[in-house]
Design a protein around this ligand. Structure first.
Ligand code: NAD
Length: 263
C-alpha cells in the first residue's frame, strides 16, 4: 500500500513535463495519491491536460494566481470535486525577462510588483483558500531557490521574491500550525525547466554546479519529488515553517571552486 493511498491534493505549477511540479506529481501518484491539477491559463492546457489525464485526474482547472476570482473559482471547484484535501503544492514563480537580464538596482516598480505578486502573494492566497478544505490538517509545499540568501547572477528581483516567499512560509506555518496545517519549502538546486530558461547563462550555471556541489551532480525532478513526498506525508508531521535544501549540498560551500583548480 502506497504512502499516499486515500490522500488527495492539488498541484499548482505544471507547465510541461519538465516542470518541478510534474516531478512531484509523479512521485505522489506512484505512492497512490489522488491528484488535481491547476494551470496558469488556456495557452498551457494543451500540455497540462494530457499529463494530468495520464494520472486519471478528476480536477484539471485553469487559475491565473494574479486574479482573486480565479483562485476563488478554482478552490470552489476543488471543494465540489474532493470535499477536503490533504496537501497542496505551490510551484509557481514569474519575473519579466528584462528584470533578470540587467542589474537589480534597475528593477522597475511594475516588475517588482509582478514578481512579488505571482511568486509570493500567490502562496498566501492559495494557502488561505486551501485552509477550509483542510479541516483535519494538511501539508502545503512551495519551491524556493538559494538566490534568496546569496546573490546569484541574473536572479535579481526573483532572489528578493524568494526571500519574501521563505519568510511567508514561516508566517503561514505559525498561523496555521494550530490547525494541524504544515507549510514548508524545498530549496531546489538548478534544474532545466521553462522558467529556468529565462535566466541568462543557466546552462553554464548547471555545468558549474555539477562540478562543485558536494555530490558532484545536478539535481533532478525525481530528487525533488522524493523530498516533497516526505514533507507532504505524515513522516514529516512535526516539520513546519522550514526551508529544506535539495541541492546536492551546494548551499554548504564557502568557496565554489572545483577542488582540482586549487591543487
Ligand atoms: P516551470 O516553468 O515549469 O513552472 C513555473 C510555473 O509557474 C509554470 O507552470 C507557470 O505556468 C506558473 N505560473 C507563472 N505565472 C503564473 C500565474 N500568473 N498563475 C498561475 N501559474 C503561473 O518551472 P519550474 O522550474 O518547475 O518552477 C517551479 C518552481 O520551482 C518555481 O517557484 C521556481 O522558482 C522554483 N525553482 C526552480 C528551480 C529551477 O532551477 N528550475 C530551482 C529552485 C526553485
Amino acid at each position: 500500500m502506497g504512502l499516499f493511498e486515500g490522500k488527495k491534493g492539488l498541484i499548482f505549477g505544471v507547465a510541461n513535463k519538465y516542470s518541478i511540479a510534474w516531478g512531484i506529481a509523479q512521485a505522489l501518484a506512484a505512492e497512490g495519491a489522488e491528484l488535481g491539477f491547476s494551470y496558469a491559463g488556456p495557452a498551457l492546457e494543451r500540455r497540462v491536460r494530457p499529463l494530468a489525464e495520464s494520472l486519471n485526474a478528476r480536477y484539471i482547472e485553469p487559475c491565473d494566481v494574479t486574479r482573486d476570482e480565479d483562485i476563488e473559482r478554482a478552490f470552489a471547484k476543488a471543494q465540489e470535486v474532493y470535499g477536503t484535501i490533504d496537501f497542496l503544492v505551490h510551484a509557481i514563480a514569474f519575473a519579466k525577462r528584462e528584470e533578470l537580464d540587467g542589474r537589480f538596482v534597475d528593477t522597475s516598480r511594475d516588475g517588482f510588483h509582478l514578481a512579488m505578486d505571482v511568486s509570493v502573494y500567490s502562496l498566501v492566497a492559495l494557502t488561505r483558500a486551501a485552509e477550509p478544505l483542510m479541516p483535519n490538517g494538511g501539508s502545503i509545499l512551495t519551491l524556493t531557490y538559494y538566490g534568496s540568501e546569496k546573490v546569484m547572477p541574473h536572479y535579481n528581483v526573483m532572489g528578493v521574491a524568494k526571500a519574501a516567499l521563505e519568510a511567508s512560509v514561516r508566517y503561514l506555518a505559525a498561523d496555521l500550525g494550530p490547525k494541524g496545517i504544515r507549510v514548508n519549502a524545498i530549496s531546489a538546486g538548478p534544474i532545466k525547466t521553462l522558467s529556468a530558461s529565462g535566466v541568462a547563462g543557466f546552462r553554464r550555471m548547471l555545468h558549474h554546479f555539477s562540478k562543485v556541489a558536494p555530490l558532484r551532480r545536478n539535481v533532478t525532478q525525481e530528487d525533488i519529488g522524493k523530498t516533497a513526498l516526505w514533507l507532504l506525508s505524515d513522516w514529516a508531521n512535526a516539520v513546519t515553517g522550514e526551508v529544506i535544501y535539495v541541492d546536492a549540498g551546494y548551499n554548504i560551500l564557502g568557496l565554489t571552486v572545483p577542488l582540482e583548480e586549487l591543487s
